[in-house]
Write a protein that binds this ligand. Structure first.
Ligand SMILES: Cc1cn([C@H]2C[C@H](O)[C@@H](COP(=O)(O)OP(=O)(O)OP(=O)(O)O)O2)c(=O)[nH]c1=O
Length: 200
């Protein structure tokens, strides 16, 4: 494929899933883990939380870049699960994972992912988000304990992974699948155009 851009891309993330998703766009990128503070005020709305945190993650890497790497676009992202306005991040342990699954089973919820792109040359940024509706089947207490105990959901918002064993408990989604896994790729490819990067 013809190279459409000479700009570097830096993924500001520790998430192997985001790296794997970004790889599917077939553009080279570097990874720089971002250790931004992820606390937010209680009154923030879900879209505000994911856009601000995505920007915080990208900004932390932007501010740490040395001058030789400034010809880069830095991407940060954040995902949360929201049920009736209740925000669920990553569970701290198996017990909290089971509690989250009790809240989510047998109904629909929303998964919000924010994406921030920062131009390393001048600090200008684009920040957007997507929301996807996910419906989970009704689960027995034993199924909840078995899934939570698998450990798969421990580093995932809402304590499940649609891309893993969690696929067996999701009955349907409305919206972008990749948004649920942590990086809405069609949105990101549209955003990158503003930085001179065309995927197709
Ligand atoms: C709902 C859901 C979430 N997730 C993941 C996506 C995110 O990686 C994670 C939410 O945590 P985040 O805080 O968004 O991201 P992270 O800590 O994994 O990585 P980083 O901040 O360094 O970029 O949950 C899945 O992988 N599958 C799912 O089905």
């Amino acid at each position: 494929m013809e190279t459409t851009s000479v700009r570097k891309i830096i993924l500001a993330s520790t998430s192997p899933r985001r790296a794997e998703l970004l790889s599917s766009l077939q553009i080279p990128f570097d990874i720089m883990p971002s250790h931004a503070d992820e606390s937010t005020p209680d009154h923030w709305t879900p879209d505000k939380i994911v856009t601000e945190l995505a920007k915080r993650k990208a900004t932390a890497v932007y501010e740490s870049l040395d001058l030789s790497k400034r010809n880069a676009v830095i991407i940060g992202s954040d995902t949360i699960v929201v049920r009736d306005g209740l925000v669920l991040g990553k569970p701290h342990d198996v017990e909290e994972a089971a509690s989250m699954l009790r809240l989510l089973q047998g109904r629909s919820h929303l998964v919000f992912t924010g994406v921030a792109c920062i131009d390393g040359l001048n600090g200008t940024s684009q920040v957007e988000y997507r929301a996807t509706t996910v419906t989970m089947k009704a689960l027995s207490e034993q199924e909840i304990l078995n899934y939570a105990g698998s450990g798969e959901g421990l580093d995932k918002a809402g304590a499940y992974a649609i891309q893993g064993l969690g696929a067996s408990i999701v009955t349907g989604i409305e919206g972008c699948y990749f948004n649920v896994v942590g990086l809405p790729l069609s949105l990101l490819s549209d955003m990158l155009v503003h930085f001179g990067i065309r995927i197709l």
